[in-house]
Design a protein around this ligand. Structure first.
Ligand code: ADP
Ligand code: MG
Length: 250
C-alpha cells in the first residue's frame, strides 16, 4: 500500500473512532439563493443508535437524509458516513458506498409490476449476489418482516402496511450498517405504524444504526429514543429519551 493511501485510511479510521458512523461537520446545503435547507449542522450519530428526526415540513429533514445517501452533496462543510467523506467518493463508487445503507420512504417505492419476492430479490441482483444466496436471503428477510407467506403476491394486492414491510425487507436484504427511513409511517394507520416501528426497533437491536424521520408524536413519545428536532435547517434540540416537543414545531 502506498504511503498516501495508508495515511488516508488512518485518517478515516480516526474519524470513525472519534466521531459517529454518521458525522456532519458544519454542513450547509442550499438549493438556490435564499435561506439554505440545511444551515451549518454539526451532528454525530454513533454505531448502533436509534435516532428520531422530527420537525415541521420544510425544516430540512429529507435534505439531511439525501445528503447521507449521497443523492445530494453539501454546499459547504463535510458529511462522513462510516468514515468516508462523501464529497470524496467518486461517481462510479457511489453504488458500492450505498450498499452500506438501507432506505425506506413514505411512499414505499416498490416495483408494482413484480411480485414481493422479486421486489426484494432485485436489491440483491443489483449488487450481483449469486442466485443461490438470493434464494436463501429473500425468504429469510421476508420472514423477519412477517411476510413469509406472501412472497408470490403482487405488491398491488397488499395493504399499505404490507407494502411498507416489503420495502423494509428490500432495504435490509443486503445487510446494511445503517437504515434510513424518511417518514416510513406517513401513509399508514396507527396499527401498521406501530408494526413498522417495532420492526425498526428489532432491526436496531440486532446492531443496525437506525435513523427515522417522523411526524408521529405518539410513537416518538412512547419509544424513548434520541430525538433530534430540526427547524429551518438547524438542530434546535437533541435529547436522549426525547419527546416530540410542540414548542419547537411552531
Ligand atoms: P422536510 O423533509 O423537513 O419537509 P426538505 O428537506 O424536504 O424538508 O426541504 C427543506 C427546504 O428545502 C424547503 O424549503 C424545501 O422547499 C427546499 N427544497 C427541498 N428540496 C428541494 C429541491 N429539490 N429544490 C429546491 N428546493 C428544495
Ligand atoms: Mg421530508
Amino acid at each position: 500500500m502506498s504511503k498516501r493511501k495508508e495515511l488516508k485510511l488512518q485518517k478515516q479510521k480516526q474519524i470513525m473512532e472519534e466521531n459517529g458512523i454518521i458525522y456532519l461537520d458544519n454542513v450547509t446545503k442550499a438549493y438556490s439563493k435564499g435561506s439554505p435547507a440545511i444551515n451549518g449542522i454539526t451532528l454525530n450519530i454513533y454505531r448502533g443508535e436509534f435516532v428520531f428526526i422530527v420537525g415541521d415540513s420544510g425544516s430540512g429533514k429529507s435534505t439531511l437524509i439525501r445528503l447521507l445517501l449521497r443523492e445530494l452533496t453539501a454546499t459547504s462543510g463535510s458529511v462522513y458516513v462510516m468514515g468516508q467523506d462523501l464529497a470524496q467518493i467518486k461517481h462510479r463508487k457511489i453504488p458500492t458506498f450505498r450498499r452500506n445503507l438501507g432506505v425506506v420512504f413514505q411512499d414505499f417505492r416498490l416495483l408494482n409490476d413484480r411480485n414481493v419476492y422479486e421486489n426484494v430479490a432485485f436489491a440483491q441482483r443489483v449488487v450481483e449476489t449469486p442466485n443461490r444466496e438470493i434464494r436463501h436471503n429473500v425468504p429469510a428477510v421476508l420472514a423477519t418482516v412477517g411476510l413469509a407467506g406472501k412472497y408470490k403476491a403482487k405488491t398491488t394486492q397488499l395493504s399499505g402496511g404490507e407494502q411498507q414491510r416489503v420495502a423494509l425487507a428490500r432495504a435490509l436484504v443486503n445487510n446494511p450498517s445503517i437504515l434510513l427511513a424518511d417518514e416510513p409511517t406517513g401513509n399508514l394507520d396507527p396499527h401498521n405504524s406501530w408494526e413498522i416501528m417495532s420492526l425498526l426497533e428489532e432491526i436496531n437491536q440486532r446492531g443496525t444504526t437506525v435513523v427515522v424521520v417522523t411526524h408521529n408524536r405518539e410513537i416518538v413519545n412512547t419509544m424513548k429514543k434520541r430525538v433530534i428536532a430540526m427547524k429551518k435547517g438547524v438542530i434546535v434540540s437533541d435529547m436522549e429519551e426525547g419527546i416530540y416537543d410542540d414548542n419547537e414545531e411552531d
